[in-house]
Design a binder for this molecule. Structure first.
Ligand code: PMP
Length: 363
């Protein structure tokens, strides 16, 4: 019996996907070789990585001239790598700071040059800015934003205004349609919406690739090979041994999503799931949602109980009913339900029923 899994990531995967992975482990596709026991230079693996890239291109409507990479090091490595490849020593990248992950991104960027934050909230990370609250500088190289703030439960619902967008989509990639062509660079760790940890999707515009090649020529000694987008593009993500298992898992996840009807179909389910939860939170003052209404995330629903003494009881009772992973991140406290693509509507319904009963008993 599997739990209703609301953990923030690595997160729940569809059982069909997990079973498919299980089948591939001892003997992939009747080849006599286990999935993790084949060369990354084999025809079988080449087919897997090409298929995964092509599925992602279709699902996200990635322009043909954009490059797609599957790297390692997590989104955290992209905080540094993106800045390293796009900024010369006297260039500025600008950042919208909507919480922990944005803060970390700008911290890493500052190792490369003098990047800066152009918007941060005054007191609490409970919203994302309106476009009229910040002004990107004309000669900044890019504007970086975190599309969905996993810890705080806030999400951009319109693209920020900026001439070259760089985006961390770790916790909402493939959950709703996005305009990839409006971005120069997108990166996302896979472990929330796309599969297991250990694979990072990077999508680069031709400008970003060219920029990386240029920066390689002006940095003394050039860019380190493992941190060089241009080289990774030339080697089609196979400069060194990639996470072969993770890339296969990604392939199976993307197939699952396509069979479901793709990103626009799952987006409708995601809206339904998050609406259900927010309606429950808005229905009485027993609950206090963390995010301001217009910034609410459809992926991570963060909230508190008005009487905080009830939160440990809530978590204990929830666990006893098979509702797992509802404790909020330590920096915010309270409660959080992460409801990524693979979290079924039935899990959200079970949670809402539990919340209604809990409120009846303790309200
Ligand atoms: N960005 C966001 C929005 C995240 O949610 C996370 C992880 N929770 C990260 C970056 C860091 O990702 P990783 O652990 O893959 O480095």
């Amino acid at each position: 019996m599997r739990e209703h899994n609301f953990t923030a990531g690595p997160a729940v995967l569809p059982i069909e996907v997990v079973e498919q992975l299980q089948k591939a482990l001892p003997n992939y596709n009747q080849s006599g070789l286990g999935l993790m026991e084949m060369s990354h230079r084999s025809k079988a693996f080449d087919d897997i990585i090409l298929s995964a890239k092509s599925r992602l291109r279709t699902l996200l409507n990635i322009p043909e001239e954009y490059s797609v990479l599957f790297l390692q090091g997590g989104a955290s490595m992209q905080f540094y790598m993106s800045a390293l490849n796009l900024l010369g020593p006297s260039d500025v990248g600008e950042y919208i700071d909507t919480g922990t992950w944005s803060t970390k991104a700008v911290k890493e960027a500052k190792r490369c040059s003098d990047s800066k934050v152009i918007w941060a909230p005054k007191d609490s990370y409970n919203r994302v800015p309106n476009p009229n609250e910040y002004t990107p500088t004309e000669d900044a190289v890019y504007l970086h934003y975190t599309s969905n703030n996993t810890i705080y439960g806030t999400q951009f619902h319109e693209l920020p205004k900026g001439q070259r967008l760089v985006a961390d989509l770790s916790s909402d990639i493939c959950s709703r349609t996005i305009d990839v062509a409006a971005h120069e660079l997108i990166y996302a760790g896979a472990q929330k919406n796309l599969g297991p940890s250990g694979v990072t999707v990077v999508i680069l515009s031709p400008w970003a690739v060219e920029r990386s090649r240029y920066i390689h020529t002006i940095r003394s000694g050039g860019l380190q090979s493992m941190l060089n987008y241009g080289l990774m593009v030339d080697k089609a993500s196979l400069f060194n041994t990639p996470n072969t298992f993770g890339i296969y898992a990604l392939e199976v996840m993307l197939k699952w999503l396509q069979e479901l009807g793709g990103v626009s179909a799952i987006a409708e389910v995601n809206t339904e799931k998050s609406n259900l939860l927010y309606q429950a939170l808005d229905s009485s003052d027993f609950w206090t949602p963390h995010a301001e209404r217009q910034s609410r995330s459809q992926m991570n629903v963060t909230f508190k109980i008005k009487n905080p003494d009830l939160e440990p009881i809530f978590l204990k009772k929830a666990a006893a009913e098979g509702l797992h992973g509802l404790k909020g991140h330590r920096s915010v406290g309270g409660l959080r339900a992460s409801i990524y693509n693979a979290c079924p509507l039935s899990s959200v319904q079970a949670l809402v029923n539990f919340m209604n009963n809990f409120e009846k008993t303790h309200g």
